[in-house]
Design a protein around this ligand. Structure first.
Ligand code: IPE
Ligand code: IPE
Ligand code: MG
Length: 599
């Protein structure tokens, strides 16, 4: 069965198959019912469903862990997935299958964000449970809907149109609430043993009971009335046949069978009575088979009669060359130099820290002009400011700093004397080997054309010498242009198509990104420009697509690390929404903010 599904999905590579097998086995042993529902999907889509669902379940398990900080573990896993997605592969089997699925089916890189953020919040366990139905519903939406939407996207990308009728969105939401409420009720005992109450407090109180009754597992008449009311509510929410009659036959069978299985769970919960507070309620094997058996038969017949119109499975991605493995720095590296005036970095909430700050360091010329000095003196002073900012970035623990040193337009349009002087300052810094003393990885982005050959060599030597560093990543954009970067990616893709490496696959965002010269660099969180101008000047168009923008007036040579810290602090107050509606509450509570980086 597993092998046949992989063959249908055109997954032949043994390592990749092993990765999908890990997801398959994990779901089968920990989420048997949901696993069997996924098996109702067309065989060619099943491996993708295992991978995606395994990612959600693993995130849920990490968040639920009672040993250590679940929120931190989940965050680390999420960051690793983010990095792997950019690289196009992973050393971890679940992530490898997820990355492969996301690439092949052209799924959005941020598809997991909403659910993972909600789970991270749960893992912090700042409140015992939702106070109101409104809060409960928001959580239900964050946890269930993204996966359901991903399944629809998969079907659509496989050529099957599964239109979501906008007039029925409320009904779909209610169905998803039905699934969520069923989970909450049947897993009540497990949640209670972790100290979690997932039912809305207002509903508990309406029935004359409270959190203590539940956490002490008291089966009082009020608790009994509450549970039987909620079981009936979940049953009504799941019972929406008009939703599947509007769907194409294949998805309709999946949805209908899934709901029937969930109703069997509700039945098991009803039968359990007081035991519901002690054990998770699940239908027994016979009850499960009664639903799954006919469901599978029906699904197989339906997908046979109504196959996916045009199965557009893409071949495995063309992996970009993996960067050299990052090893711990050898030899003794010095800590960042302290600020001349003794300033210390602020404690920013870890969850809100930007990961990548990019700076357009503008204002050198005006700074010099205001002092009656030649422009070059401004660039020299700007160089000093940059060094201080780099130390400050390392001190505060920023992982990525990208700085605009020289644009392709600057090289073309500024007097050669100014450019030569500017390059001479940079050459001095690089030759002195100053960067090598600290845990800093240097990278250069830009075109060699128009730069002196020995200068390009020097940039490469610094890149090579620091490539094993694990501290601050500094990317120097020098003779850099955003449009040129995108053009290079397009050219490299066209070349891959010409030489048959793309094998007819459609271009996905992942694929395009992998052909960018800076494809493995994370997205920019904060784009900061000094010097008072408010424009982007051809800087990092791909990576800043969703960046927060900050424009400040100070001229670059007047900047030091404290301004970077201030900019980062300002960033922690921004509310990033990525196209979604505003969150109900700010993501960071006052208490977390007070706890500083420990949050
Ligand atoms: C930024 O400062 C540095 C470079 C572009 C190399 P400018 O040289 O643009 O300074 P202003 O904008 O003229 O003050
Ligand atoms: C952009 O600055 C490039 C750098 C900061 C290196 P400019 O000062 O050259 O930008 P425009 O031309 O004013 O937009
Ligand atoms: Mg300028």
């Amino acid at each position: 069965m597993f092998a046949a599904d992989c063959a249908q999905a055109e997954i032949y590579d043994p390592q990749l198959k092993a990765a999908y097998k890990t997801c398959h086995d994990y779901l089968r042993s920990t989420r048997a019912e949901e696993f069997w529902c996924l098996q109702l999907m067309p065989p060619a889509l099943r491996p993708a469903c295992w991978a995606l669902f395994a990612a959600y379940c693993l995130a849920d398990d990490l968040a639920d862990t009672t040993e250590g900080d679940g929120s931190q573990r989940l965050r680390a896993w999420r960051e690793a997935l983010d990095t792997d997605l950019r690289l196009g592969t992973s050393q971890d089997p679940v992530r490898q299958a997820v990355v492969h699925t996301m690439w092949c089916w052209n799924l959005k890189a941020d598809a997991f964000d909403v659910t993972f953020t909600a789970l991270e919040k749960d893992a912090l366990r700042t409140a015992p449970g939702p106070a109101t139905w409104q809060q409960w519903r928001a959580r239900s939406k964050d946890i269930n809907v993204p996966f359901l939407l991903q399944c629809l996207t998969l079907l659509r990308h496989a050529g099957l149109d599964t239109p979501l009728h906008l007039t029925r969105l409320d009904a779909y939401q209610q169905l998803s609430d039905g699934l969520f409420l069923t989970d909450s009720l049947t897993d009540l005992a497990d949640d209670l043993s972790r100290g979690d109450i997932t039912l809305p407090a207002e509903e508990l109180h309406r029935f004359g009971t409270c959190e203590t009754d539940l956490s002490q597992r008291r089966w009082t008449p009020a608790v009994q009335a509450l549970i039987s009311h909620l079981l009936a509510t979940a049953r009504t929410w799941l019972d929406q046949p008009e939703l599947w009659t509007g769907l194409p036959p294949g998805p309709a069978v999946v949805l209908r069978t899934g709901c029937t299985l969930y109703r069997a769970r509700l039945h098991a919960a009803e039968k359990a009575g007081p035991a519901l507070l002690q054990y998770a309620a699940r239908p027994d094997l016979a009850a499960r088979l009664r639903v799954i058996g006919p469901g599978r038969l029906l699904a197989a017949t339906t997908w046979h009669l109504f196959p996916l119109p045009e199965l557009r499975t893409a071949p495995p991605p063309v992996h970009p060359a993996l960067p050299a493995p990052r090893t711990a720095p050898t030899g003794l590296l010095e800590p960042p130099q302290p600020h001349a005036g003794g300033a210390r970095p602020p404690a920013l909430p870890a969850k809100r820290m930007p990961r990548h700050v990019a700076i357009i360091m503008d204002g050198n010329g005006r700074w010099a002009g205001a002092r009656g000095l030649p422009r070059n003196d401004g660039h020299k002073a700007g160089g000093k400011a940059l060094i201080d900012v780099m130390h400050g970035a390392a001190e505060i623990g920023l992982p990525h700093l990208t700085v605009y040193l020289l644009s392709t337009e600057n090289l073309e349009k500024r007097p050669p004397q100014e450019i030569n002087k500017l390059l001479a300052f940079a050459r001095q810094q690089l030759q002195a080997g100053d960067f090598l003393r600290y845990d800093v990885r240097i990278r250069w982005a830009g075109l060699p054309d128009g730069l002196p050959g020995d200068f390009v060599d020097l940039l490469h030597t610094n890149e090579e010498a620091t490539k094993g560093r694990t501290g601050l990543n500094v990317t120097f954009c020098l003779n850099y242009g955003g449009r040129s970067e995108l053009t290079q990616a397009a050219d490299s893709l066209a070349d891959a198509a010409r030489t048959g490496q793309l094998n007819g696959t459609r271009v996905s965002e992942h694929l395009l990104r992998s052909h960018l010269p800076l494809g493995d660099l994370p997205d920019v969180d904060l784009l900061w420009r000094t010097g008072g101008e408010q424009r982007i000047s051809n800087f990092l168009p791909w990576h800043t697509a969703y960046a927060e923008l900050l424009f400040t007036d100070k001229l670059w040579p007047d900047i030091d690390r404290r301004d970077l810290w201030e900019a980062m602090t300002e960033y922690t107050h921004r509310h990033r929404r990525y196209g979604a509606v505003p969150a109900l509450q700010p993501v960071v509570s006052a208490q977390e903010a007070h706890n500083g980086t420990s949050g």
